[in-house]
Design a protein around this ligand. Structure first.
Ligand SMILES: NC(=O)C1=CN([C@@H]2O[C@H](COP(=O)(O)OP(=O)(O)OC[C@H]3O[C@@H](n4cnc5c(N)ncnc54)[C@H](OP(=O)(O)O)[C@@H]3O)[C@@H](O)[C@H]2O)C=CC1
Ligand SMILES: C[C@H](O)[C@@H]1OC(=O)[C@H](O)[C@@H]1O
Length: 253
């Protein structure tokens, strides 16, 4: 069990990648606190799956875009689970939209949820880890979209590049506290975030054809990389980024 005795926090644990990582961490022996916003049903499913492993589970509802959500998520986790060893910043949205007529509210909401929210969450978790004097591991779920653009993602890709950059800078700021900061860059993973986008058969086959491993990703594909970066197996890894994309990024032709 790679995470035995650790407490792991995950934002956006009610669905998709965050749900898989929260459950996967519990299967590796961690107690898990996760946040979510609207999906009570998904949160219950995650909580039950964590409890089935015999580990403790804490589900907290709150809008990650608000700075106060970060403070209360960390405080409640410490009250109930005692400490924070690993923090996974995962919650995010991607409301596909064309650039020239991008509504300001979609742009600003995407920035606030994906980037500002992650910043406040990472800061709150890091302060707790520093106070504990036990070191820790912080992981941001960035994206292949930190490295390449998307016609309908002009508001989204900058947030993912921002997260990658945030992990590089916090790796420097927090190294003296033995807190490691790394980014995971998923490719196209089938979840709620892209259900509508991938319902377009031609778009789906294009994405599949671009992927050397021949299929789109599943949320479970992110569990091994996240557990590795969370665990002491990666004790000398910080400021790094790990593409988990089936090879999509390197496939030009
Ligand atoms: N799927 C993919 O192909 C890729 C995804 N990513 C990134 O992975 C992360 C997870 O996405 P994915 O699992 O695909 O998507 P999902 O839509 O399946 O999950 C998103 C999660 O984020 C939570 N969330 C969304 N908005 C808020 C908010 N305002 N406050 C708190 N929680 C919120 C959701 O909670 P609730 O439903 O309860 O509101 C949900 O738990 C995102 O950051 C995304 O950008 C990166 C690369 C590729
Ligand atoms: C939502 C997209 O389908 C998904 O998210 C990303 O970060 C990548 O652009 C993926 O294709």
């Amino acid at each position: 069990m790679l995470l035995k005795g650790k407490t792991v926090m995950v934002t956006g644990g009610s669905s998709g990648i965050g749900q898989a990582i929260a459950i996967g961490a519990a299967r590796e022996g961690a107690d898990v606190a996760f946040s979510y916003w609207g999906s009570d049903e998904g949160a219950l499913k995650t909580k039950e799956a964590i409890l089935e492993t015999g580990q403790k589970a804490l589900a907290i509802s709150g809008d990650v875009a608000l700075p106060e959500s970060a403070i209360s998520f960390v405080q409640e986790t410490v009250e109930v689970l005692g400490k924070v060893d690993v923090f996974v910043s995962n919650a995010g949205i991607c409301p596909f939209h064309s650039f020239l007529d991008m509504p300001a509210e979609i742009f600003e909401r995407t920035m606030r949820v994906n980037l500002h929210g992650a910043y406040y969450m990472v800061q709150a978790a890091a302060n707790q880890m520093v106070a504990q004097k036990t070191g820790g591991s912080i992981i941001a779920i960035s994206s292949i979209s930190a490295l390449v653009g998307g016609e309908y993602q002009t508001h989204y890709t900058p947030t993912k590049a921002g997260l990658l950059s945030l992990m590089q800078s916090t790796a420097i700021a927090l190294g003296k506290h033995n807190i490691r900061c790394n980014a995971i860059l998923p490719g196209t993973i089938e979840t709620e975030i892209n259900r509508d986008d991938l319902a377009d058969a031609s778009k789906r086959s294009y994405m599949e054809a671009r992927t050397p491993l021949g299929r789109l990703g599943k949320p479970e594909d992110l569990v091994g990389p996240a557990v590795f970066l969370a665990s002491d197996m990666s004790q000398y890894v910080t400021g790094a980024s790990l593409l988990v994309d089936g090879g999509m990024f390197v496939n030009l032709q």
